[in-house]
Design a binder for this molecule. Structure first.
Ligand code: BDR
Ligand code: CA
Length: 317
């Protein structure tokens, strides 16, 4: 049974991922660590606590993490994607509990030391907390069972620039620093998460079948579905569906054979016009610049059996 720490910036699709982590019988959710991203850190932490209340799991610890990227100035949160409250502008009540006193990085390092070889770290926001954790304990990659990251895109265009996906764009230095380490790591990026989509009828089924949690997932998804519908309309489609970015990384932990992977030395471009772009080098040529090759191999998903992923998600919820 995967023991999971979920590093998250809730976030509408983060809420879907948290729901799956709680609902799936083979996942033991040890804690949430929060990071800036879809909203500022105070908001993503409040949202994490609120989501746990709504899902009836207020005992799950929440450790607050980074408010800003490692080196660059934080970009304003994209309120047209997740709303000003990060959860689709719904009514959010005061959470029943508070974050623990440890920082996200401290929590990750302590839990990995106490459970050697057992923890799967799933990161579904900017990688700032993971970068802080590995600099706090450089032996962390050897202590975790695996690291699964939602971010980047191997061959698909980006979603915040033509080249960059949002989580890597929001802290490219952190993402690049994380993949310098020898983790058992897998990237689940836009190449697959734009295929694993939730349709409005799926969300209606969740609303009708999953009680208070289902109603919450429906309510929060209204804003997100509208955002995706306007994007799809520009492409000439009248579909109402949204990408299941973050939950797809969670589904990977229980259904890895639904994903087709490649592997290679991995870098994320730090700055300039291509900041946030992912490179997973499967060629591994003897390049002139060793900076491209002096890296451990990281796996990345390039294909997915989307119906199986969707079915696994819906069955659990
Ligand atoms: C990622 O960016 C955020 O908006 C989502 O929560 C997801 O983690 C997708 O690019
Ligand atoms: Ca996220």
């Amino acid at each position: 049974m995967p023991k999971i720490i979920l590093d998250t910036d809730p976030g509408i699709d983060d809420a879907q991922a948290i729901a799956f982590a709680i609902a799936h019988p083979d996942i033991e959710l040890l804690g949430l660590t929060t990071v800036f991203g879809n909203a500022e850190i105070e908001i993503t932490t409040r949202n994490a606590l609120h989501i746990l209340d709504v899902f009836g799991q207020p005992q799950v610890p929440v450790a607050q993490g980074a408010s800003d990227p490692l080196h660059q100035t934080r970009y304003p949160a994209p309120d047209f994607v997740h709303g000003t409250d990060g959860l689709g502008n719904i009514h959010i009540t005061q959470p029943s509990s508070a974050p623990v006193s440890e920082s996200a990085a401290e929590f990750i390092v302590r839990m990995a030391s106490e459970n050697p070889g057992e923890i799967t770290l799933v990161a579904i926001g900017p990688l700032t907390n993971i970068a802080h954790a590995v600099s706090l304990d450089p032996s962390l990659p050897a202590k975790v069972k695996s690291l699964v990251v939602m971010g980047g895109s191997v061959a698909h265009p980006g979603n915040v620039t033509p080249l960059a996906e949002a989580n890597f764009f929001n802290d490219p230095h952190a993402a690049d620093a994380v993949f310098a380490h020898d983790w058992p790591a897998t990237i689940i990026g836009l190449d697959v998460t734009l295929q694993t989509v939730l349709r409005d009828q799926d969300l209606a089924m969740i609303r009708d079948a999953a009680g208070r949690a289902g109603k919450f997932l429906w309510d929060t998804s209204r804003f997100y579905i509208d955002f995706y519908a306007s994007r799809l309309a520009r492409l000439g489609s009248t579909d109402r569906s949204c990408a299941m970015h973050d939950a797809s990384a969670l589904v990977y932990t229980v259904l890895p054979d639904a994903f087709q992977l490649i592997a290679g030395p991995t870098r994320v471009i730090n700055d300039g016009i291509a900041a946030g772009q992912l490179s997973v080098d499967t060629q591994q040529e003897p390049y002139v610049l060793p900076a491209w090759t002096d890296r451990p191999l990281t796996s990345a998903a390039i294909g997915v059996d989307a119906p199986r992923v969707l079915d696994t998600f819906l069955s659990a919820i």
